[in-house]
Ligand binder design. Sequence first.
Ligand code: TRP
Length: 335
Amino acid sequence: MKKRILTGDRPTGKLHIGHYFGSLKKRVEMQNSGDYEMYILIADVQALTDNFNNPEKVRNNVRELMMDYLSCGIDPKKTTIYIQSMIPETAELTVYYSNLVTIARLQRNPTVKTEIAQKKDLFGESVTYGFLGYPVSQAADITTFQGELVPAGEDQEPLIEQCREIVRKFNSIYGEVFKEPQIVLSEGKRIKGLDGNEKMGKSLGNAIYLSDSEEEITKKVMSAVTDPNRIKKDDLGNPDVCMVYYYHKLFSVNDEVQNICKECKAGERGCVACKKQLTKNIIEYLRPIKEKRAYYEEHPEIVDEILKEGTEKARIVAKDTMKKVKKAMKLDYFD
Ligand code: TRP
């Protein structure tokens, strides 16, 4: 039997090249290998845990995220994409799981801890029950679909570990219903921002989006941080501290990258020319993705239909799992 993959994202913004190299590319490869059965959830319930005061934003980004998936090569014929809030079984399982996890354990979860610290503006001194508990809901996301593999970034590791703990506890009390899922870390490292920041992110204003126009890409690349010690073209450059070189390694062919490195070090290549070349290569690289996205932007009804079909398919699997859960928990009253 094919191993089942469960993964997903919060619909809180459009995807950028950090998401693409960090996780999307890997998901598309796994999908196309034909070795797995893949489910991708659009985690709108989880997005609400820190956007409960902004339902409009979550709603609008469900379709944006869906269009990003489709344009990057997630194929609805091979992969089931669904909306989290449309699967009530997951919410139900979250309630049962909430008995199996302590508040102290949630407070110790490193990912949750970091996020709470970042969200002081929203939460003030005391975090909501829903946000603190989102790892429980994420454990339910994965196990509702009996997910065995979860392709995700390093930041998701503590969440998967917590899911494994919940599964062990559930199985030990109610009987073997679930398998412990495993994270599949994306080989792609975390992509740095245009400003050299370790992380590319919307709130940091240093991201190139898959949906950016040619003008936006040009403007952003022109603003990218280069070797600060290189003032004139014939100053000898250090490509290792230059973000333009860093992105050339992602978007340009090998020979070109080596040339750039050599010429920069020798003071033979100016930063402006180097940025222009990078702009061109990024635009070329993203062209097929952008073309597909344009198609879906013009046909929102197709996007909605794919989501509806995926969600209906997912619901069947979720109902089946819930039946097993209820039987194990002695909650199978009337059938
Ligand atoms: N936590 C993920 C994020 O921050 C989204 C997510 C929700 C998820 N449920 C999941 C990821 C289940 C993998 C598996 O984007």
